[in-house]
Design a protein around this ligand. Structure first.
Ligand code: HEM
Length: 208
């Protein structure tokens, strides 16, 4: 592959990786982040972290299956972008979602398994990001560096677990909606109810 093609590919990878952030900034600017902007932004950043992380993990299987190796030079860039988005995802959760309420944050990390798993993945990503430079590869020695960077597979599994746990949590929501709907129907059927209660939307506060 020529230097020019490699450079064009690098620009493309940068563009693809930065586009979700650009899109969020644009949506923020045009006031188009939806009804629950914090959740929306957290989810977009979480999705992007997972996608970029999985893309970085796909480089080696691609080499083994297709016998091509040009994509290997993008592994580090993709890994760093995954770390970048994970930090943004975490920052939104700390700063915007919880407003730096440290005791509540720590309790969440301890008690909610999907948060524990996500947090562990982020902590494990830190030494990988810190040792991603060529200087650090030399300092640690190739073998040690490789051994440390195998952690990325553990991180991949934790990231998928974090997502699946959330999906499971999500799938229970229709159940809560159904319970609330039945309660509201019972409420409406009660004699002496006001017109306002009878007309109130059933699922107007899904977070409660
Ligand atoms: C490598 C690290 C991480 C990855 C790959 C990741 C990925 C994801 C993904 C894919 C989602 C779901 C997006 C959707 O449903 O569309 C998500 C949601 C979420 N993540 Fe993470 N995450 C990571 C780390 C963390 C950390 C460190 C925290 C906080 C300590 C966290 C907190 C959350 C929360 C609270 C949500 C749900 C947001 C909502 O529905 O309102 N994640 N994450």
């Amino acid at each position: 592959m020529t230097r020019k093609t490699r450079r064009a590919l690098k620009v493309l990878v940068w563009g693809i990786c930065l586009s979700p952030l650009g899109m969020l900034v644009y949506q923020f600017w045009t006031d188009d982040l939806g009804a629950n902007p914090i959740s929306y932004v957290t989810n977009v950043l979480g999705d992007t972290t997972l996608r970029v992380l999985l893309a970085s993990l796909a480089m080696t299987p691609l080499r083994l299956m297709l016998g091509i190796s040009w994509q290997m030079s993008f592994r580090r860039l993709l890994g760093l972008f995954a770390f970048f988005y994970a930090v943004l995802h975490f920052t939104v959760w700390i700063a915007v979602d919880h407003f730096f309420a440290w005791p509540a944050l720590l309790a969440d990390i301890r008690k909610r398994p999907y948060i524990t798993v996500g947090f562990t993945a982020l902590v494990l990503l830190m030494p990988l990001a810190a040792t991603s430079t060529t200087r650090m590869v030399k300092r640690l020695g190739g073998r040690n560096w490789q051994r440390l960077h195998r952690l990325v597979y553990v991180i991949g599994i934790l990231a998928i677990l974090h997502f699946l746990w959330l999906a499971k949590k999500g799938r229970q929501e229709p159940f809560y909606y159904a319970v609330r709907k039945r309660r509201a129907a019972a409420e409406r059927a009660r004699p002496g109810r006001t017109v306002a209660t009878a007309a109130a939307p059933v699922a107007s506060c899904p977070e409660s």
